[in-house]
Design a protein around this ligand. Structure first.
Ligand code: HEM
Length: 257
């Protein structure tokens, strides 16, 4: 049928930009969340002992592939994560309220709606802002001091370098933000299998979300405590590098553990 209305519809262009931005936001968010889980498991290697963490750090410098450390590899990873974060933030920022009036309206709606997911979204906005301001500080340190990662080097950064308050805030912000983000993505993209009882299914998903967040928060806090303990014990020798047990015999002058 060829009438003015159908011609106008055929000629009108669909703006696909919001859909692309949504896809970019989702894919970059998923990559960052997976990175953060991997990152927490690697950083928590300190719970297995100083030597375990030492070897994880050397692994990422490529020692076991090239026979010598290339800290530039760590710089590269940190720079890639930084870029991914910028892409994610730019794609996500369009969703954030931009004025006091919008924040007030959103807060009122959240209060009136009394729906847990609306509060979760608010929490995601707040933790996203925290990450936007603070994660860059940590990433910049990783980019510029890639060779200073190890049981003593990292623990000294926590305590003597006074980074622990930043790490504590980042830990809560990133685990809440990532957990809520993945939960919202599963719902938004319809990734749950069909169910006869969608409400019960959603409740199970919420429980799973909090269980994963709880697991990473507990692991993060234990890891935090381990670095703090080493950093406090080592503060009078801050700056000294860790030497693993196997290499100590070859270096009789290495300091006490
Ligand atoms: C969005 C990006 C990132 C966030 C939010 C983040 C967050 C954190 C947090 C919260 C801790 C403290 C862990 C705890 O308290 O249990 C930590 C430690 C650490 N992170 Fe990250 N991290 C990020 C990216 C990276 C990258 C890209 C690297 C390396 C290439 C890295 C390497 C480390 C290391 C080695 C530690 C141990 C402490 C230290 O050496 O300073 N992180 N990170």
């Amino acid at each position: 049928m060829d009438n003015p209305t159908s011609r106008a519809i055929a000629q009108s262009r669909i703006d696909r930009t919001p859909a692309w931005l949504d896809l970019i936001q989702g894919v970059s968010g998923l990559a960052l969340a997976l990175f953060m889980w991997g990152h927490m498991l690697l950083v928590s290697s300190i719970l297995l002992g100083k030597d375990a963490m030492y070897h994880v750090a050397r692994f990422f410098e490529g020692v076991y592939f090239f026979g010598r450390p290339y800290p530039q590899l760590v710089t590269g990873i940190a720079a890639a994560i930084f870029l991914l974060m910028v892409v994610h933030a730019v794609a996500a920022m369009r969703r954030m309220p931009s004025s006091y009036r919008e924040y007030r309206t959103l807060f009122r709606h959240s209060r009136d709606l009394r729906h847990a997911d609306t509060w979760l979204w608010l929490m995601q906005v707040a933790t996203g802002l925290v990450l936007m301001f603070l994660a860059g500080v940590h990433l910049y340190t990783m980019m510029t001091h890639p060779a200073d990662i190890g049981p003593y080097e990292s623990a000294d950064r926590f305590v003597s370098g006074r980074m622990w308050p930043l790490y504590l805030v980042l830990l809560f912000a990133v685990e809440l933000h990532g957990g809520i983000g993945l939960y919202r993505m599963v719902l938004k993209w319809g990734l749950l299998p069909r169910s006869v009882d969608p409400r019960a299914q959603r409740r199970r998903l919420v429980r799973l979300k909090w269980a994963i967040t709880g697991f990473f928060l507990v692991l993060g806090l234990l890891t935090f405590a381990a670095y703090m303990k080493i950093g406090i014990e080592h503060c009078d020798r801050a700056g000294e590098r860790y030497v693993p047990v196997a290499l100590r015999a070859a270096m009789p002058l290495a300091g006490p553990v």
